[in-house]
Each structure stands twice: as structure tokens, then as C-alpha cells.
Design a protein around this ligand. Structure first.
Ligand SMILES: [Fe+2]
Ligand SMILES: [Fe+2]
Length: 149
């Protein structure tokens, strides 16, 4: 799945964008929509980093952080509503993920050159994909049919 993110040397400008695919579906359309939006924001971060404007990167990273916090809060509400047994562990992972992105943003703002666009896309892509595949998909059997009927 992550292989599609790898680019042959010298073709950075043609780097693949992150894509949401059906196999990432958690069975709750609203959560899938959130995940698609996160994919879109990560692609926007990559686009902004491929340009020169530090302010554009900061702005889209802020959007990504805001939306990530919103999604995590909504997801945790859903998991609480369906009595998901691993909610506490899942919430702790969410908090750690937000912290990681905050740290990346600080690193970028202190020294943009220290955070290359391709590395950032790679980091954020893996961050999101590993979480959806490794953690979010586990709540599917508990949450299916629980979100607004
Ligand atoms: Fe999650
Ligand atoms: Fe999620």
C-alpha cells in the first residue's frame, strides 16, 4: 500500500499523491469522509511544501492539525457510544499523533530546510495510513450501523 508513495530518484516533481481507497473503509461513511479529508489535507501540505512560501505551509499544517483534532474527537465520541473496549488506548494514540505533528510543525517553522517536502509527505502518509489500517479498522465490527442509525 505504501509502495505507491515511493518515487524513483530524480522524479520528485512527479511524486504520487496519497489516495484514499475502499480497503481503508471503516464501515462508517462519516468517518470515511473524515479520513478522505485528512488525505486531501496531507496532499495540500505536500503541495505547499513544494513551493517556497513558509506561510502557506504553516497555514495548511494548522488546517491539518485542526481537522485532525476535530476528527479524533468525533471518532472518540462514536467509539464511546458503541462501547468500544479499546477506546482508552485508541485515544492515547490520537494524542500522541497530534503531538508528533505539532513537533514537526515547530521543526519546520524553526528551519524549513530541515523538513523536506518528500519526507513530510512520507511521514504524514504513514502516520495516517498506519493508524487507519492498524487501529481504526479494528473498531469497524463495533461501530458498524451505530452512527446515526
Ligand atoms: Fe483513530
Ligand atoms: Fe480515524
Amino acid at each position: 500500500m505504501l509502495d505507491c508513495l515511493q518515487t524513483p530518484a530524480g522524479e520528485e516533481e512527479r511524486m504520487s499523491y496519497l489516495q484514499w481507497t475502499e480497503n481503508l473503509s471503516v464501515g462508517i461513511p462519516r468517518m470515511d469522509d473524515h479520513h478522505k479529508k485528512l488525505v486531501d489535507l496531507i496532499n495540500q501540505v505536500f503541495d505547499a511544501m513544494s513551493g517556497d512560501a513558509t506561510s502557506a505551509v504553516d497555514s495548511v499544517l494548522s488546517d491539518l492539525l485542526d481537522y485532525t483534532r476535530y476528527h479524533f474527537a468525533e471518532e472518540e465520541k462514536l467509539l464511546a457510544a458503541c462501547a468500544y473496549p479499546d477506546l482508552e488506548e485508541h485515544s492515547a494514540i490520537h494524542r500522541a499523533m497530534v503531538k508528533e505533528v505539532l513537533e514537526m510543525r515547530t521543526r519546520y517553522l524553526n528551519d524549513p530546510a530541515s523538513v523536506p517536502a518528500s519526507e513530510t509527505l512520507d511521514f504524514l502518509s504513514k502516520w495516517l495510513m498506519r493508524h487507519i489500517i492498524g487501529k481504526d479498522l479494528r473498531y469497524r465490527p463495533y461501530a458498524e450501523g451505530q452512527d446515526g442509525g
